[in-house]
Design a protein around this ligand. Sequence first.
Ligand code: ME8
Length: 532
Amino acid sequence: MSDGSSFYITTPIFYVNDVPHIGHAYTEVAADVLARWHRQAGDPTWFLTGTDEHGQKILRTATANGVSPKEWADRLVETAWQPLLKTINISNDDFIRTTDERHEVNVQLFLQRLFDAGYIYTGEYEGFYCVGCEEYKQPSDLVDGTGQYEGQQVCAIHSKPVELLQERNYFFRMSDFTQPLLDLYEANPTFIQPESVRNEIVSFVKQGLTDLSISRQTFDWGIKVPWDDTHVVYVWFDALLNYITAAGYGYDDEKFEKLWPATHIVGKDIARFHAVIWPAMLMAAGLDVPKQVFGHGWLLVGGEKMSKSKLTGIAPNQITDTFGSDAFRYYFMSAINFGQDGSFSWEDLSARYQAELANGFGNLASRVIAMVNRYFDGEIPDPGISEGADERVRTVERRVVDDADEAISRLAIHEALSSIWELVDELNGYITAQEPWALAKKPELQDRLKTVLFTAIRGLGTLAVLLSPVVPDAAAKLWTALGGVGDITDVALRTAYHWETDGKVWPLEPLFPRIETIEGGDGPGSQSAPDA
Ligand code: ME8
């Protein structure tokens, strides 16, 4: 897949009003797997994540906690958002905060350019606003409230009443971009993915866009409008620009040229901002539109979109403390079709951990390495003449590398993993059928034993390389145990089956140890792990 061009990938920048939950971690892991895959394939890769710190939502939370919004943001970034990246082993190249000077200054530069080009005018905004979404709402976006909000119209996402705004604001002439956006979607059918999100957005834009209010006057926690400091920039207009202010826009042209445009991984809840407002802003500024906007599905808990406000939020370390970061990453990438909604349950996580990671992959690695240690004193044997079954393993290895690479080029992470698991299953079936432990008992079958263990070791190395972007810690341990030459994150993916070893294996601790019991509560385990 590597064509040498740069791969710039982003996550949304997350609001710091609260701590992260597994929904945020899910987006981070998906983007991280893609970034690691591209780095390993040799593409110059740059992976950006960060935090969204302005706006009323954060201001209100900070005020309720008796601190300034900047103090609040600093606290949450240091104690929650940056630690999240370690908890789930994220390999980001940069972390942008919208309170960074590089961001604030260049948001002003961008806005001034749009103003000078005539895309901004003063107008009257009268309508609804949801502070939870930080979004202007049409009456058709609202639903009937229930419980304490019975009889009121509420935001369909937050189930809370919206606010009525009446303000004199600056407007962006977004309506000018209805046709250019439709042309873009038609000329580039994969600009918005998956198909379901694309269809929804195309039909939304076909109704015609209205101009967008891009400033607020009734509070001051935001970036000042450069020509009128009685206004702050609307938080979404500010936030979207992080993708270019982090990439050098306005202060490092060479970097910006090299990196931009990016692939944006976002949840489908905010795909519209990224696939409508954002490209319109970029077109107005004469800049390239993003390479792609991928709106993934929601994690559901108990059938509903998981959220802190509905108290279904699960903190990532509730999972990693018991299962580890590799299992977290593998589980969410394999159990959910990337692009569709998926349900999380502790039972499913435990069952897949045991069946796929501990038994399927981990146990395979331990058994094969233990046999090379036992029968050949740790020296990887030279193979004898190959038979059909050995050739078949080789064929599967090659096919799986190609299939996984192709799936990743479509961002179908779950498909890449199911291809890779064909190799896990193939190798397990091979060991069962070849019975190396039985060959070891017959001196006349020593050549056959050598070929079988050589073939299995080679397959394990290929697996380590292919799985490194998803389960980096386990893959690195396996690589070391196989005597793999070079840094695993640098082994060219396309030729994963040509990896080299220094010829000797080393003892390997279980990659995914059995989890005996899981403590009670509604965290890891209102139940025990299946005793598989
Ligand atoms: O929207 N399932 O930030 P945010 C899957 N600051 N993903 C989920 C999820 C769930 N249940 N809940 C949250 C913002 N997410 C803006 C973004 S970008 C210029 C500004 C993930 O903190 C998903 O990626 O509300 C979703 O889009 C994002 O968190 C929303 O994060």
